[in-house]
Design a protein around this ligand. Structure first.
Ligand code: DON
Length: 598
């Protein structure tokens, strides 16, 4: 949003005065004390423990140290941030198989040193034989097949995405960027994070023999220090290194995918693979308190929903609020509820459904959306209809988790943010026999039955219904923020299904509104709401009980999450040009810096 307050500010300001709040400039929150407040004692990640890595020659932050090292090494060898992203992506497919992938898809946002901005959509697509009701059982219920097994897989986009990004911006030879992943597939020493992940999903990994054959030995997960060899994956990567995109979408790899589908009752064909293309989109660009936010456009809902949240919040002077005070959390929640009501109704694959992008990210729309926020009480979700027309009332289910994000800035000032996923942990649990990679279960991100919650409890409308060749709506939000002088200031993103959007919104607000550094912004406890269910979630031990009670007294349903939210990989560019990188401690990982060459 532009910094000048829009007309509705007058309305909002009047409401605030009625509510007993003073007002000058932006809307002040009633009774709010200024500045950040320490999180409760119960909080697991004190800011002091999250110390950023500093470097001047480049920074790669991923959820796995090995993958970050691979990316950093590419920059040391003279590659740019996009080269590093390609190498990092393939490395993650090997060392972080629960989320990193070649069998899934994702989104890339870039801001190059010459000012070019770009958004690449390499989201999976429904196979051509997909039908609107393909997951409904005889009773009309959504069956498990949307999540587990061959039918759950969308046509993967990752390899096409990396190929396309490299074609446009890459500088080092493609094969050189795939080679580190080949080396890793030929054998890695299992580290604690991987061992833990495999251990905790052993039942799922046993479900399909080709998956068990890759990740288990005699049906047991490897232990820390064991060697994990992914021979078929190495072969597939070799074909990709040699033949580029065709090494995945045509020839031997495509044949193996089709054979796997035939064996397991899936519908994806070689033809689906051959026709897959990654697509350059116009990024979502909007202002937030004199900063410029560049984020992902549909088929991800991330950028538009982020814009609506922040545009509504911009009318409130959060900087005067104590962090995570009742008033801060209240206004934040109200903005998020309104944005998600719109997201769930309107957003979908833009190649199939016209997207009201310009309206939803406009100042005027945010002003109208925020005008009915009552500073004294929560608006029930049932009363928050999508802002461009009525929507039916629905109910919702539970939250879920798995995906990964990486952020890269090179020494020349090119910045790349990529979020990628196979959706659930270990995707649809099916490894393509002979090709050694896991497939996604992204089909569950469609509204398998519009109005019925998916695995993330998201209740989505018929705009996001299944159609052949369509991309399922995503929440992935790779984002780059420029400072008021137009320099890159923040590169961030996260996994977490719908919580991705609220996590990224909080990262931006933490830095821009509350002046936090990369470490404190990452460490701060996170909140989530998604309109339905009408519940504000906070991370375990992350909200003061008296604040939660005060919010309940305003009419919010407030619930503590069993675990933690997100896994941000963040780089902040400091005023002196140094890069400050942080990997979220919630899942582990590492930011790896590159020194300037002497
Ligand atoms: O595209 C989406 O929005 C989801 N498939 C992302 C899933 C996810 O983030 C799970 N991760 N923890």
């Amino acid at each position: 949003m532009a910094y000048a307050p829009p007309n509705v500010f007058v309305i909002a300001a009047a409401a605030a005065l009625l509510a007993g709040a003073g007002c000058s400039g932006n809307l002040r929150l009633p009774g709010a004390a200024r500045g950040p407040a320490a999180p409760p004692e119960s909080w697991a990640y004190p800011a002091a423990d999250v110390v950023p890595v500093l470097a001047s020659g480049g920074m790669v932050s991923t959820t796995d140290r090995i993958a970050s090292e691979v990316g950093a090494e590419v920059i040391r060898r003279g590659g740019n941030a996009v080269d590093a992203a390609v190498a990092t992506h393939f490395a993650l497919a090997v060392v972080n198989p629960e989320a990193g992938n070649i069998g899934g898809g994702g989104f890339l946002v870039a801001r190059m040193k010459d000012g070019t901005i770009a958004a690449l959509d390499f989201r999976e697509k429904a196979p051509r034989a997909a039908t609107r009701d393909m997951y409904l059982d005889e009773r009309g219920e959504v069956s498990e097949r949307a999540l587990i097994g061959h039918l759950a897989a969308g046509v993967p986009g990752s390899v096409a995405g990396m190929w396309e990004a490299h074609k446009r911006f890459g500088t080092l030879p493609w094969a050189d960027l795939v080679q580190p992943a080949i080396n890793l597939a030929e054998g890695i020493v299992v580290h604690a994070r991987l061992a833990r992940s495999l251990q905790s999903h052993v039942t799922e990994l046993r479900r399909f023999p080709a998956t068990a054959a890759v990740f288990l030995v005699d049906s047991q997960p490897p232990r820390v220090g064991d060697r994990l060899v992914q021979r078929d994956m190495a072969e597939t990567l070799r074909r990709i290194a040699r033949d580029g995109k065709d090494g995945f979408y045509r020839g031997r790899t495509a044949e193996l995918v089709e054979e796997e589908m035939r064996r397991g009752g899936g519908i994806m064909t070689r033809d689906d693979l051959a026709r897959y293309e990654a697509v350059w989109r116009d990024p979502i660009v909007f202002g937030y308190r004199e900063h410029t936010v560049i984020s992902m456009s549909p088929s991800s809902s991330g950028g538009i929903t982020l814009a609506e949240i922040l545009n509504v919040l911009e009318d409130f002077d959060l900087r005067r609020a104590r962090y995570h005070s009742r008033d801060h959390v209240h206004v934040w929640t109200e903005a998020v509820k309104r944005a998600f009501a719109d997201r769930n109704e309107y957003l979908a694959d833009p190649d199939f459904v016209p997207q009201p992008t310009a309206t939803l990210i406009s100042d005027e729309y945010a002003a109208r959306r925020g005008a009915d926020i009552d500073l004294r009480r929560a608006t029930p979700a049932a009363r928050i209809q999508p802002g461009l027309g009525a929507a039916p009332l629905r109910s919702a289910g539970r939250e879920g988790a798995n995906t990964t994000h990486y952020s890269i800035v090179d020494g020349q000032g090119n910045a790349v943010a990529v979020t990628t996923t196979i959706n659930s942990l270990y995707g649809n649990l099916v490894t393509v026999a002979g090709a050694g990679f896991l497939l996604n279960n992204e089909m569950d991100d469609f509204a398998a039955r519009p109005g019925t919650p998916n695995q993330f409890g998201l209740v989505q409308g018929s705009a996001n219904a299944i159609e052949p060749d369509k991309r399922m709506l995503s929440a992935m939000t790779p984002t780059i923020v420029l400072d008021p002088s137009g320099r890159v200031k923040l590169v961030t993103g996260s996994p977490g299904g719908p919580t991705i959007i609220t996590t990224v919104a909080q990262m931006i607000s933490n830095v821009v509104d509350f002046g936090m550094d990369a470490g404190a912004a990452t460490a701060a406890p996170r909140l989530h709401h998604q309109h339905l269910p009408d519940t504000l979630y906070y991370e375990r031990g992350g909200l003061r009980p008296e604040v939660a009670d005060a919010l309940r007294a305003m009419g919010h349903a407030v619930a503590e999450r069993r675990g933690y939210q997100g896994d941000t990989q963040t780089i902040v560019v400091l005023p002196d040009g140094r890069l400050s990188g942080v990997a979220d401690p919630r899942r582990g990982g590492a930011a790896v810096g590159v020194r300037l060459p002497r």
